[in-house]
Design a protein around this ligand. Sequence first.
Ligand SMILES: *[C@@H]1O[C@H](CO)[C@@H](O)[C@H](O)[C@H]1NC(C)=O
Ligand SMILES: *[C@@H]1O[C@H](CO)[C@@H](O)[C@H](O)[C@H]1NC(C)=O
Ligand SMILES: *[C@@H]1O[C@H](CO)[C@@H](O)[C@H](O)[C@H]1NC(C)=O
Length: 364
Amino acid sequence: MGSFMYIAILLAAIISTVHSCPPSDRAALLSFRAALNESHLGIFNSWKGNDCCHEWYGVSCDPTTHRIADINLRGESEDPLFEKAHRTGYMTGTISPSICKLERLSSLTIADWKGITGSIPSCITSLPFLRIIDLVGNKLTGSIPSTIGRLSRLTVLNVAENQLTGYIPRSLTNLSSLMHLDLRNNGIYGNIPTNFGKLRMLSRALLSRNKLTGPIPYSISYIYRLSDLDLSLNKLSGTIPPSLGKMHVLATLNLDGNHISGTIPPSLMNSRINILNLSKNAMEGYIPDSFDEKSYFMVMDLSYNKLKGSIPKSISSATFIGHLDVSHNHLCGQIPEGSPFDHLEASSFTYNDCLCGKPLKPCR
Ligand SMILES: *[C@@H]1O[C@H](CO)[C@@H](O)[C@H](O)[C@H]1NC(C)=O
Ligand SMILES: *[C@@H]1O[C@H](CO)[C@@H](O)[C@H](O)[C@H]1NC(C)=O
Ligand SMILES: *[C@@H]1O[C@H](CO)[C@@H](O)[C@H](O)[C@H]1NC(C)=O
């Protein structure tokens, strides 16, 4: 009986050792933690003991390899830890390159901590299993690692709301699995790569609020799955590729707040696009007379451009126009009547040369 107990205890000990994380992964995590400072919530208080696969806050392991697969640390969360503290997270420090020793890491989320500084360690591009990089909402500086294109499994790259600078790396367009790219609200400059259209799996490309210059690459219209393209509030110039209006699932096109010129492609008016913002550019010429029953707009904002002529008659055949803004242009003539217009207010049409009719003053 005694020896049976002994064997059972020994077995249990062996099993728990086998199922706990390898000492090298544990050491890498502890050195990652040492470069960070979170004192309000105590998220790292659970990072103790040998078994980093169990009960370590925000850490999970692959059930077969028992190697660390996910680091998931979010500063805004519904976890009881946050509810108890009645606050969102705040963390300072840097992202240590020691995470690059976690060879089987698949998901790296260190999001919304507001105070994490330093750069994105470039060695993360040597982690072949990485699928998710989510570092949104910190104070990271430096540029996106130039070898980012090596991460052939990467599906999500979210580094929005940081202070990154530098160019979009040339290798980025090699990310053939990328579905979600979010670079919003940084200081990234230079051109959007001409071969951006190589990102065939991309469904959301959010590059708003940076310092991007140059043209909108024509190749973007080859991205079959792209549903959301936000290039607003940059310094882009050139014209709008008409092929954007022929895309199969593109629903949101935000190009507002750039230096885009030329005329509005007629294809944009009867496409799948239902949120279109071209406000605050240098668009000229007429509003295309190409609306039809396929035209369905939650938002169409063409304000603050140099558009002239009248509002085209075909706009009355649109199925729906929820919010229209053509103010601050040089439009003239009678505002068309019809169901898409019944609910619009004068502010949609003000500051033009000589528009008239409901909801403005009657034409004379
Ligand atoms: C961590 O932050 C707290 C509060 O801001 C500070 O008092 C402490 O010195 C910091 N510790 C390290 C190791 O930076
Ligand atoms: C992109 O991938 C191709 C094929 O693997 C490679 O030849 C090329 O050097 C890569 N481009 C960059 C900029 O890394
Ligand atoms: C369109 O973009 C402009 C400029 O960035 C912004 O002020 C406006 O709110 C946007 N329109 C809508 C309806 O979101």
